[in-house]
Design a protein around this ligand. Structure first.
Ligand code: SF4
Length: 365
């Protein structure tokens, strides 16, 4: 059984569904204790935009109930931008003729020290997909260094098999982030021009392999702008529920990244506006109350500040999206960040909002 079977079991005409949907049904869905996938779809609909205030109040209440008034902070560290894939929306695509970088172990340590100075304890390290350049030994050495400075280590690297994930988990990696990018198989095929990433099903099953391998936390999501946002929000929500129900020992969380400008000048065909973006976050919170929601610096400061209290539980802070960007300037980045505030500034905002910034909620022995 794969989540693919779940996707294929739905044959919804989303437009017709929305046409028939009544305001009464949406109101019921907001307050229903255990929500079905169709309640979730009702909350994602355009019509539900009329109830955004009510949804936001409920989302705030539920987030407080399940997570308290806390926001966990982390920082991403890009260690290599070599990539054999050609994702047309990404600055690191093999199609882009940029000067590639891979950090030496010494450079990784220098960057780790810079990040650790800010108080960050949770690190997410990233690479493109080029296993010949960033082989397992290199990744394990990276983990060994990062363990000296951080209490929780997550990866956002190329999809692996269970055995390789187990090696990383045993070395001390406790979190995996892997985005499906889009759940629309046709569009997926048309924007991933070459490389291993063309394999939609292998990628779709990756979070599951991560949970089986023993990662404590698995974070999934779609990249908004690539395909119809409603369908991607619906299927990513279902994917989170599927994983949560099947792997009860794994903490499942979700992100809602929207496309930002990157090298290659990709122009997104679909647009998820701010209001609907907030609506999606509230809808997801109401659908899966105990699932974490992560927000990155793809969003601007105003949006990130306003989302505190509305369902999000985890934020990146002080991020650099170029390789070794904490120590070295002016290198190409994967995408432009929209919130360049320091960790200290973000920490201050969280306190001002009446929330507690959490730097550490896990210790690896
Ligand atoms: S999104 Fe990831 S896999 Fe695709 S080109 Fe960028 S770095 Fe490579």
């Amino acid at each position: 059984m794969s989540f693919l079977n779940v996707i294929e079991s739905y044959n919804i005409d989303f437009e017709k569904y929305e046409e028939k949907l009544s305001f009464d049904e949406i109101k019921k869905s907001i307050y229903k204790e255990k929500k079905s996938e169709f309640d979730y779809l009702n909350l994602l609909s355009y019509k539900a935009g009329n109830f955004l205030e009510e949804m936001a109040k409920e989302a705030q209440k539920i987030t407080f109930q399940y997570f308290g008034k806390t926001i966990q902070l982390y920082a991403p560290l890009y260690i290599s931008d070599y990539c054999t894939n050609s994702c047309i929306y990404c600055g690191f695509s093999a199609l882009n003729k940029i000067k590639r970088q891979k950090l030496t172990l010494k450079e990784i340590e220098e960057n780790a020290k810079e990040i650790a100075k800010t108080g960050i304890k949770h690190i997410l390290f990233l690479t493109g997909e080029a296993p010949e350049i960033t082989p397992m030994e290199y990744l394990l050495d990276t983990v060994k260094i990062l363990k000296k400075y951080f209490s929780s280590i997550s990866i956002e690297i190329f999809p692996m098999n269970i055995e390789d994930y187990k090696k990383l988990a045993e070395a001390g990696v406790d979190g995996l982030t892997i985005y499906q990018e889009t759940y629309d198989r046709k569009i997926y095929d048309s924007i991933h021009l070459a490389g291993k990433k063309k394999d939609y099903v292998f990628r779709l099953d990756t979070p599951e392999r991560g949970a089986i391998a023993g990662f404590r936390r698995v974070n999934i999501g779609a990249l908004y702008g690539l395909a119809d946002p409603l369908k991607d929000a619906f299927f990513s929500g279902l994917h989170a529920r599927y994983l949560q129900d099947k792997y009860i020992d794994t903490e499942i969380s979700i992100s809602f990244p929207r496309i930002n400008p990157a090298e290659g000048n990709f122009q997104p065909k679909y647009h998820l506006d701010d209001k609907r973006f907030v609506q999606f976050i509230c809808a997801f919170r109401l659908f899966l109350p105990r699932c974490g929601i992560t927000i990155s610096t793809r969003e601007n400061a105003r949006m990130r500040d306003n989302l505190i209290g509305l369902g999000i539980t985890r934020m990146s802070a002080g991020s650099k999206t170029s390789v070794g960007g904490y120590k070295y300037d002016n290198l190409p980045s994967q995408f432009e960040i929209s919130d360049s505030r320091s960790v200290f500034e973000i920490e201050k905002v969280i306190w001002q909002k009446g929330y507690e910034p959490v730097f550490k909620d896990w210790h690896q022995f």
